[in-house]
Design a protein around this ligand. Structure first.
Ligand SMILES: [Zn+2]
Length: 369
């Protein structure tokens, strides 16, 4: 369906709200905002253009709506996606239940998440034992005794539940939340793992362990920020010669894997480095790391480690597998702290917010150089 319109107006809001109440799964809804310089349409789900109107925003986020990039009356908002600490927290919650357990049943309630499930998805899981549950960037990797690996990504709104109800007695009332339960894994012993994802930007894919090196979803990922391969030298090497900003470099998955927008901002603040600084300044002329690279690498490790320790940030809709919310968001130093005093000792600056490469950045212009 295409709705050519002059602007996002009352009529459209009413029209779209009807669609939200009765969303058609197969409908691609495109609203063309025909103002003086529009027709540049952002793809659904892209963070650069989001609408303050909750109805339009919900359609955009769910992937059923593209909106104009020049929707200037509506400033960009951040997608509230799970970041690395949340994913690691989810892994630690699922690990004791999944590791060593045989998958006895797989229920797919739809044909796809971000992309379609493989035709043999259920067959390759059913009857096989999970040997371990690890993480690569923001992918959960369930290693199966069969030689396959189940890769799972939470996307923007994915979450798991562990339900102790025995197999067969599990019943979903048709309420809003359960409508978004898309995958159910039954484990030997009766545990049930349910994957819920309202926006469906998450993904699940099975890859042979021997083919992981060639897996496109993992190709080109930089070192794990908490792994042994990540330090000042690797960070400087990856940033050497880059004219991009330091913040953009930290979000580049080739530089470091899985470090998201929130923790990039937090790490830069802790290292007192401006998000606008050129990435190349982390390396000297010979490519060796500067002191700044060492401070930034240490800050990245510290903010992530602390976040994981308190259970991961759960800003809006990412929950622990056991349903409890984390609370690292209370200890963010700059993220969402616009207008508040800088917490750097001895600094009397104020936290500012600006949009950089389509992402919201928070920083203190006084102490971050
Ligand atoms: Zn400051």
């Amino acid at each position: 369906m295409i709705f050519p319109t002059s602007m996002f107006g009352i009529t459209n809001a009413v029209l779209l709200s009807r669609l939200v109440k009765q969303p058609r799964e197969d409908a691609i809804v495109i609203v063309l905002a025909v103002s003086f310089n529009t027709l540049l349409v952002q793809p659904p789900g892209s963070p650069a253009a989001q609408c303050r109107n909750p109805t339009i925003s919900a359609l955009h986020q769910s992937g059923r709506l593209a909106i104009s990039r020049n929707c200037r009356h509506l400033p960009p908002q951040e997608p509230n996606m799970p970041e690395l600490p949340e994913v690691e927290t989810v892994r630690r919650g699922l690990q004791p239940v999944m590791e060593g357990a045989r998958i006895t049943g797989v229920e797919l309630r739809r044909a796809d998440l971000r992309f379609p499930f493989q035709p043999d998805f259920a067959a390759r899981l059913t009857g096989h034992r999970a040997v371990s549950l690890s993480r690569r960037a923001k992918f959960l990797m369930a290693d199966l005794a069969s030689g396959d690996v189940l890769m799972m990504h939470l996307g923007m709104s994915g979450s798991f539940r562990i339900d102790d109800a025995p197999v067969g007695a599990f019943h979903h009332p048709r309420n809003v939340e359960r409508v978004n339960d898309h995958v159910v894994l039954r484990l030997g012993g009766g545990k049930i793992i349910t994957y819920n994802d309202p926006r469906r930007f998450g993904s699940m894919k099975i890859v042979a362990r021997t083919a992981l090196d060639d897996e496109p979803l993992l190709k080109g990922l930089g070192p794990e920020p908490l792994g042994n391969a990540f330090d000042a030298a690797t960070l400087a090497r990856a940033c050497a010669g880059k004219t991009a900003s330091l913040k953009a470099a930290l979000l580049d998955q080739h530089v470091v894997a899985g470090l998201g927008n929130i923790y990039a901002a937090e790490a830069l603040h802790r290292a007192r480095l401006s998000p606008k600084r050129r990435a190349s300044t982390l390396a000297n002329r010979s490519g060796a790391p500067t002191d700044r690279a060492g401070e930034l690498a240490a800050a990245i490790r510290a903010v992530l480690t602390e976040a994981i320790a308190v259970g991961g940030a759960t800003l809006h809709n990412c929950r622990h597998p056991d349903g409890k919310l984390g609370y690292f968001q209370h200890s963010f130093e700059v993220y969402n702290h616009e207008g508040q005093p800088c917490t750097t000792p001895g600094c009397d600056g104020v936290v500012h917010r600006f949009v950089q490469n389509g992402r919201t950045t928070f920083w203190c212009p006084k102490c971050q150089r």
